[in-house]
Design a protein around this ligand. Structure first.
Ligand code: BG6
Length: 480
């Protein structure tokens, strides 16, 4: 059994990482516009105002805002069936609390969506991927404030109405469960405190962070409910950062540790978004950690009324956990969070474990849990590419990574998982979220730009471009 007919092969990006043009056409500043460049070993800095002492990569991204037509031609050449991108909230409502949307912003995404439709590429649209208008942070305290729910719903109403006939698949929030970690307090939650400076180590107040997440989940449910009233054919997906976990040993305590941590980190948000209520273990966690959730009866009803239709997730890696840290203390890095090192897995140059089999394991796990269609909306290898004198880029390592993951996807389909799409991350090179670097590249398409934003920004086809084109043309049969 292979991939189903109409399988959505494509790629994914986010506005703040690829668009550039951060001040064009009436766009307001977003949280991403005040996070500086960084590197693997020096964290990005959160500035709140645009401090001239720092460089801010959202200024240039990959110049996709101005070059989207050229990019769509390249996606078409690869045979893309789907393109996941995000609408930048701060282009539509520059201050977040504006009474009316910004026409220039709405017009831009209408042109982008129309171009995708003309090329038979299905848009998969993320509504919020670290692009909260900065004004909502300064004036309201970000997602801690329940008024922000209202502003988000106003934003969704504007785009749902305008793109009613152009979009089917919507993702209300990127990696909503990232909010379970302090690192996402600013970028996702819009939470800023004195001392909020380092992207990787932010001052943390779990009670307010969890309440901000609760407000995000309520906002998502209200948007879903409203979206269905606007167009019954809209389909809404979760977007979970799934950090697959294994016990480092077979001792029962390690199983329990992983069971509990996996429920909390990987399942809680999708349980709320697909089942419409907080699960029992969430309440236990809140009680044990002194978290008091502000959730009214009306909000509980909203969560029930606005559940999603399908499950999407990002998958880059797995980690191990153990209660025996003194014996198995080796740590590894990772996307959003690292963990105990798995001796059976290799690491990328940024220390993320590579685990294709874990993708099959995860697909079976989430499909068994929810029994709704599943889409992998991020996966890929961040690596340094060498640009040869003749303009070629030989990224065999990326082809190997993707091939091994697609092989496991195919096995999961054979296991019976209803997998409907695959949009690998950064299909065109873009700025890394965690480090702010350009040199950590994921794309099939090379962008001539460096970490400081120098370069022509011209596009070049990597070897993986031709390889993925063949994969799509054969619906995943030819992975050679
Ligand atoms: C995901 C995010 O967590 O990981 C993306 O949704 C991000 O925005 C991707 O770019 C890869 O992480 P990084 O840090 O390598 O850019």
């Amino acid at each position: 059994m292979g991939f189903k007919e109409g399988f959505l092969w494509g790629g994914a990006t986010s506005a703040s990482q690829c668009e550039g043009s951060f001040d064009l056409d009436g766009k307001g500043l977003s949280v991403s516009d005040v996070v500086s460049s960084g590197s693997h070993h020096s964290p990005r800095r959160i500035c709140l105002d645009r401090d001239p002492a720092y460089a801010f990569p959202s200024e240039w991204g990959s110049d996709c805002y101005r070059r989207f037509e050229e990019d769509i031609e390249l996606f078409t050449e690869m045979g893309f069936k789907a393109y996941r991108f995000s609408i930048d909230w701060s282009r539509i409502f520059p201050h977040g609390d504006d009474a009316e949307p910004n026409e220039a912003g709405l017009d831009h995404y209408e042109r982008l969506l129309s171009a995708l439709r003309e090329h038979d590429i299905e848009p998969v649209v993320t509504l919020s991927h670290s692009e909260m208008p900065l004004n909502l942070v300064k004036k309201y305290g970000g997602w801690r404030n329940k008024r922000v729910i209202e502003f988000y719903v106003r934003y969704c109403s504007a785009v749902f109405s305008r793109y009613r006939g152009l979009v089917k698949y919507w993702l209300p929030f990127n990696e909503v469960n990232d909010m379970l970690l302090p690192m996402s307090a600013f970028g996702q939650g819009g939470i800023y405190h004195d001392g909020t400076e380092s992207f990787t180590e932010q001052p943390d107040y779990p009670n307010e962070r969890m309440n901000a997440l609760n407000n995000i989940l309520i906002a998502s449910a209200r948007a879903v409910k409203m979206g269905r009233d606007i167009n019954r054919d809209f389909s809404f997906g979760t977007m979970i950062c799934h950090i697959t976990q294994y016990p480092r040993t077979c001792c029962p305590e390690d199983q329990l540790l992983v069971q509990m941590d996996d429920l909390y980190r990987n399942c809680m948000c999708s349980d709320v978004m697909l089942r419409g209520e907080y699960p029992y273990y969430a309440w236990t966690y809140f009680r044990r950690h002194g978290i008091e959730l502000e959730l009214t009866d009306k909000e509980r009803a909203d969560l029930k009324a606005g559940t999603c239709d399908f499950y999407t997730f990002s998958y880059y890696q797995s980690i191990c956990q153990t209660t025996r840290a003194e014996e198995f203390g080796d740590q590894t890095g990772g996307n959003i969070m690292g963990g105990v090192r798995n001796p059976y897995l290799e690491l990328t140059d940024w220390d993320w474990p590579i685990d294709p089999v874990g993708l099959r394991y995860t697909l079976n796990k989430v499909y068994d849990r929810y029994r709704v269609p599943v889409m992998i909306t991020e996966n890929g290898l961040g690596a340094v590419d060498v640009f040869e004198a003749d303009g070629s880029i030989h990224d065999q390592y990326r082809i190997d990574y993707l091939r091994r993951h697609i092989e496991e996807m195919r096995k999961a389909v054979d296991d019976g998982v209803d997998l409907i799409g695959y949009t690998p991350w950064g299909c065109i090179d873009l700025v890394s979220m965690s480090t702010g670097e350009m040199k950590k590249r994921y794309g099939f398409i090379y962008v001539d730009a460096d970490d400081e934003g120098n370069g022509t920004f011209d596009r070049f086809r990597k070897d993986s471009f031709y390889w993925y084109k063949r994969v799509i043309a054969t619906n995943g049969e030819d992975l050679s």
